[in-house]
Design a protein around this ligand. Structure first.
Ligand code: FES
Length: 304
């Protein structure tokens, strides 16, 4: 019979024929959360299979539905639906009542909230150059109106190339390419979107000049790398976001435009993914705050 090791409890038990991981865990006296009673409705019994995923039976159709809705990676399983056929090590992820309240899908209604998933994405940061000086010339309500107009104009170029605006930070924005939908070349899509954003910015300038006697410009930084994406926030206020070093790096690239006096800079990682199609301008060898060594950044002028 397969042996199941249960973490973090450090309990080992032998599975019975056709017994699910949840049944085995409860039989071993583990306080394994199972808010819906084992019907694949709540996801509170979820476990990470740390060893032996190949020895687990395929997902049941009920598990498959929930796993797709929540963006489970292959090693994340519902213990109430998973039957082991070989030795495995699993880690319970929902450990107390507060965890149960946070993840119980019945409380969250029909809307899925993606769990954390490691992915490689393109991350785009855009910021307005000199917006503080621009806004000091305007009454507050005009400042808000201009920002809204700017964000309204930037949305379509991002969406056209499959990006999602993940966050607004003051007069800046962050967009992700390659999540949640997979994208054949997220790096190239992000660069195309960045160029389209610059064109949209140029088209907005006459309006700003006419309405406010001043215009501004934007800076864009794009990087490609590994991040963790998932749904973050209090219940009812969740949003999908990306976390990781690659996000910080993209933000630093955006800032590096100041040094290089450029509008759109990308990393070597973007060049690796889409370089042969990019028309490049100047390059900059620079230190990046929070990272050791120097990094080469590249101005992008167009895409062939
Ligand atoms: S106990 Fe609810 S999904 Fe497994």
């Amino acid at each position: 019979m397969p042996t199941i090791r249960i973490l973090p409890d450090n309990v080992t038990i032998e599975a019975r024929p056709d017994e699910t991981l949840l049944e085995a865990s409860l039989r071993a006296g583990v306080a394994h959360a199972h808010a819906c009673g084992g019907h694949a409705h709540c996801s509170t019994c979820r476990v990470a299979i740390e060893h032996g995923i190949d020895g687990c039976a395929a997902r049941t159709s009920a598990e498959q539905l929930l796993a797709e809705r929540l963006g489970f990676s292959p090693s994340l399983r519902l213990a109430c639906q998973t039957v082991p056929h070989a030795d495995l090590i699993m880690r319970r992820l929902i450990l107390d009542d507060e965890d149960v309240a946070l993840v119980d899908q019945r409380r969250r209604g029909a809307t899925g909230t993606a769990v954390g998933e490691a992915r490689e994405l393109a991350i785009l940061f855009a910021d307005i150059r000199g917006f503080t000086a621009f806004s000091e010339l305007l009454p507050p309500h005009d400042t808000v109106h201009v920002l809204n107009r700017y964000f309204h104009v930037m949305g379509p170029p991002i969406a056209r190339f499959g990006g999602h605006i993940d966050n607004y930070m003051g007069d800046g924005l962050m967009a992700l390419f390659g999540y949640p939908e997979r994208n054949k070349n997220p790096a190239l899509s992000a660069v195309r979107a960045g160029l389209a954003m610059l064109a949209a910015m140029d088209a907005l300038k006459p309006y700003l000049e006419t309405a406010y006697n001043h215009a501004f410009d934007i800076r864009i930084g794009i990087h490609y790398g590994a991040v963790v994406v998932g749904s973050v926030g209090a219940i009812g206020h969740e949003r999908i976001t990306a976390i990781g070093d690659a996000v910080n790096f993209a933000s630093r690239i955006e800032s590096a435009n100041k040094l290089a006096e450029t509008r759109l800079m990308v990393s070597d990682a973007i060049l690796d993914q889409a370089g042969s199609l990019l028309q490049l301008g100047r390059s900059l060898q620079t230190v990046i705050a929070g990272k050791t060594g120097e990094y080469k950044l590249h101005e992008v002028l167009g895409v062939s």
